[in-house]
Design a protein around this ligand. Structure first.
Ligand SMILES: Cc1ncc(COP(=O)(O)O)c(C=O)c1O
Ligand SMILES: N[C@@H](CCCC[NH3+])C(=O)O
Length: 417
């Protein structure tokens, strides 16, 4: 069930009118549905009911406290890529024993923080990082659980910027080097070799690349076992795609069935790092039409959200569905929907048929829950937008909107400058 639906001519999030949210909170605003977040988490979890597993939500997709708390309360762990994400996850109540730490550029202080926290494992992405973690853990008298992120050299068939599992990508240790690194890891002080990890890309719309990568890693796991290195955790990463437009990604249940079948003989504990799949279609961005202008063949709709608020179209030319919050436009028009940023790449929609928005009309951008607010910035010194969590017929402002009015009054200035 879609929780962003029209009731009459008004668009609602669950049982709350978006018009009412904007009237109270202002625009632009990200709006999340608690029921959708919950449903997505449960669907993913149920897909692996047949296997021991932990869902470590990938914090980078949406690191808002209330989103993190929703998944943590459902039993989820987290996948982090920085000390900042670890801090946020712990603040939201994450169990350190369900934290996995990925990323090619872990810094000393971040490694120390994770060791002091007692996280489950570091997903090691280079030979030097392995040495560094060993040195730091030994100095601290701690033991670091590690998995090697193996780069399987499989094409995930997605946008090049979010392809991570091809061997020319910066991620992980190539499959031909990983064997020796496991053997070396086993001999290093302060290191407990407990797992193997992969993450081949984001917004995948087919299961095959996941299964092909798993098959490659299985060969390695077999060889490691024959050398007395027995791994407990198989971290399959994230990457399962969602429908933005016409994509037809597999349902979590279908993805689960194939992965469980591919891994069941291993007897390992599975870890998953889904981000987008859990939050993408659980959030929308609502903005207001400021002006419109027509020029020869081209129509522009200027809104109060820009590439700093939702960077995906500018970065990846990505598609976000558009809906009128109140359906009272006089038909449709082919237009660019653009923001106030001083760059021509500042568009949310390019040359698409959209409702004929007029000044003051509210525009909803769909599928904005993942990599939306999380990738926003204050470029052009634009204050950051609000975030709202809807639960049934209630909503909570989970992040206050920064406003120029506050700055003028002398409030919240320090965090802005
Ligand atoms: C290591 C790692 N894990 C998990 C994710 C989450 O990916 P997605 O949002 O596509 O599920 C990413 C981002 O692609 C990642 O880099
Ligand atoms: N930021 C990307 C996804 C990045 C995946 C992170 N590993 C997007 O919006 O599609």
């Amino acid at each position: 069930m879609n929780h962003f639906q029209y009731k009459g001519n008004e668009l609602f999030a669950e049982d709350v009118s978006l018009k009412e949210i904007v009237a109270r909170v202002g625009s632009p605003v990200y709006v999340y549905s608690h029921a959708t977040l919950t449903r997505h988490f449960k669907a993913f979890d149920e897909a692996f009911a047949g296997a021991p597993h932990t869902i470590c939500y990938s914090v980078k997709a949406n690191s808002t406290q209330s989103v993190l708390k929703t998944f943590i309360n459902l039993g989820g762990g987290v996948d982090i890529v920085s000390g900042g994400e670890l801090y946020r996850a712990l603040k939201a109540g994450a169990d350190p024993k369900k934290v996995v730490y990925s990323g090619v550029g872990k810094k000393d202080d971040e490694i120390e923080y994770a060791l002091n926290t007692g996280i489950l494992m570091f997903n090691v992405e280079s030979e030097q990082e392995l040495t560094r973690i060993s040195e730091i853990a030994s100095r601290m008298g701690k033991t670091a659980g590690i998995a090697i992120r193996v780069n399987p050299d499989v094409d995930p068939g997605t946008h090049p910027y979010i392809t991570t599992g091809l061997k020319n990508a910066k991620f992980g240790i190539t499959i031909d080097r990983a064997m020796e690194e496991y053997v070396r890891a086993k001999s290093l002080p302060g290191i407990d070799v407990i797992g193997i990890d992969m993450h081949i890309g984001s917004q995948l719309t087919k299961v095959n690349p996941f299964v092909d990568s798993i098959e490659k890693l299985k060969v390695m796991i077999g060889k490691l076992r024959s050398q007395g290195i027995d791994l407990q955790y198989f971290d399959c990463g994230g990457g399962l795609g969602i429908q933005y437009n016409a994509e037809e990604p597999p349902l979590p249940a279908d993805y689960g069935k194939e992965i469980v079948a591919a891994t069941k003989d291993l007897g390992m504990h599975l870890v998953f790092e889904p981000g987008r799949n859990l939050v993408g279609n659980a959030g929308i961005l609502v903005a207001k039409t400021l002006y419109t202008k027509a020029r020869d063949e081209k129509n522009f709709i200027m809104i109060d959200a820009g590439m700093n608020d939702l960077a995906r179209p500018a970065l990846y030319d990505s598609y976000h569905g558009v809906q009128a919050v109140t359906r009272d436009q006089d038909g449709m028009i082919v237009a660019d929907i653009v923001g106030p940023i001083c760059e021509s790449g500042d568009f949310l929609v390019k040359g698409r048929e959209v409702p004929m928005f007029k000044q003051g009309d509210l525009v909803a951008f769909l599928s904005a829950g993942a990599y939306g607010f999380a990738m926003s910035s204050s470029y052009n010194s634009r204050p950051r937008v609000a975030e709202v969590m809807v639960k049934g017929d209630k909503f909570e402002v989970v992040r206050e909107r920064e406003t120029v009015e506050d700055l003028i009054k002398g409030e919240k200035v320090a965090s802005f400058l």
